[in-house]
Design a protein around this ligand. Structure first.
Ligand code: BEZ
Length: 416
């Protein structure tokens, strides 16, 4: 089921707007579609190509609203809503409407939903995607249909490397960016050997490979690798496998409900008494931390944001989010907020034109701003975000547990 948000009104086109669009080099005029009344009150036909660029912007949103990554999808949607509300659901003179679809965790479902948004709903552009597997599945469809896509989570490296597309931008991270940077620090500060693992799909493997690239280069030793399926419930056998290797520390990729279950069961089975818990920050992020509770206390992680990051932009964002949604923001919320901002800024630059793809791509590529996470810009080669990666630890902050930033690892650009 698709869900629509924001009031949608039919296109109100003045003759002046039409003339401006035409003088601005709008593409060759196609057959008539919508209509309206000019200043003289005379009815006129609005050519389809212009109607497409003057009515409400249809933004296709493909995010998980069920299963393991449901909360991630909800957080991204909530923060996008917050940003669009702050600009009155308008950009480049056009209203913004969302058409939402559930990404699920099955990449074939994601592909079907993306096709429905692109070919059925004729969306003007798309955003979303939490799972790397979905991003990989829809890449060719997006590229071949020349659909501009701003990814708000899915880190699959290839999407901004070998399978990159001029139409695809990523404001969140590449999987490499969330795990490579901590490898050397881990070797120096946590343990010289460890067990690694994660959910058995693209993101789990890419995160672990990125961590190993750095950790092994520092002469670290990997005792073994363990990959439970995505959307798993029973981690018992996998935790037992880890314990048999007697690690001093584990470096693991889990997110959403998988993270809660792994951390809870690793505590129950005693693994977290024997080994330090470290991973990309999704493992102990604000969406899962209340459910993990003190089991996560002391865990180290690397990520490009933290709730407690002391920057004016972050204080303003986290306060506004808390007031609007009565819960704490998460990294996923922050990414949704920034994705909405990218789209709004680009539409403001193009004057709302979504038909001229070259213009829209150039406008997105030149977006840069100070995000709640710090300065962000798109790599002109890959369209992946360039950003700072932070070291965090779960600590008590007042009555609650939060990720506290205690160092930054520098600015990282995916190697491409
Ligand atoms: C991914 O599949 O790319 C992903 C999912 C959840 C958190 C981080 C990455």
């Amino acid at each position: 089921m698709s869900r629509r948000m924001s009031g949608e009104k039919g296109p109100r086109v003045t003759r002046r707007a039409l003339l401006t669009a035409a003088l601005g080099g709008a593409a060759a005029l196609a057959g008539g579609a919508a209509g309206g009344r000019g200043g003289t009150g005379q009815p006129f036909r609005v050519p389809a190509v212009l109607a497409a660029s003057t009515g409400p912007v249809k933004l296709g949103v493909l995010l998980p609203y069920s299963k393991v990554y449901q909360q991630l999808g909800e957080d991204i949607t909530s923060a996008m809503t917050l940003y669009f509300e702050s600009v009155g659901w308008t950009a480049g003179g056009r209203r913004i409407t969302l058409i939402r679809e559930d990404e699920d965790i099955d990449p074939q479902v994601a592909l079907r939903k993306a096709r429905k948004l692109i070919e059925g709903d004729n969306v003007d552009l798309m955003t979303g995607l939490v799972s790397s597997a979905s991003a990989l599945a829809i890449r060719d469809l997006v590229h071949n249909t020349k659909t501009v896509l701003v990814i708000s989570n899915a880190g699959a490296n290839a999407v901004t490397r070998g399978r990159r597309s001029p139409y695809i931008f990523r404001i969140s991270f590449s999987n490499w960016q969330t795990a490579y940077p901590i490898g050397g620090w881990f070797y120096e500060n946590v343990a010289r050997s460890c067990v690694v693992g994660g959910s058995d799909y693209a993101a789990g493997h890419e995160d672990i490979n990125a961590f190993k690239e750095n950790f092994l280069a520092h002469e670290g030793r990997v005792l073994g690798e363990v990959y439970p399926p995505l959307n798993n419930t029973d981690y018992g056998p996998y935790i037992a496998q880890m314990q048999r290797m007697r690690p001093e520390a584990v470096f693991v990729f889990f997110a959403g409900s998988d993270a809660v279950r792994f951390v809870t069961q690793a505590t129950q089975y005693g693994l977290l008494k024997e080994a330090r818990l470290v991973g990309p920050g999704f493992l102990v992020e604000e969406d899962v931390l209340p459910a993990e509770g003190r089991n996560a206390l002391g865990a180290y992680s690397s990520l490009h944001w933290a709730l407690t990051l002391q920057k004016p932009e972050n204080l303003a964002f986290t306060r506004a989010y808390r007031e609007r949604w009565k819960r704490e923001a998460s990294v996923f919320a922050m990414q949704g907020y920034d994705a909405a901002r990218v789209i709004v800024q680009a539409l403001n630059t193009t004057g709302g034109d979504t038909v001229n793809k070259t213009g829209l791509i150039e406008a997105i590529a030149s977006v840069k701003f100070t995000s709640p996470r710090g300065a962000v810009a798109f790599d002109p080669e890959t369209h992946n975000v360039i950003q700072t990666v932070y070291l965090r630890q779960v600590r008590e902050v007042g009555q609650a547990l939060h990720n506290v930033v205690f160092a930054d690892l520098g600015v990282f650009r995916d190697p491409g």
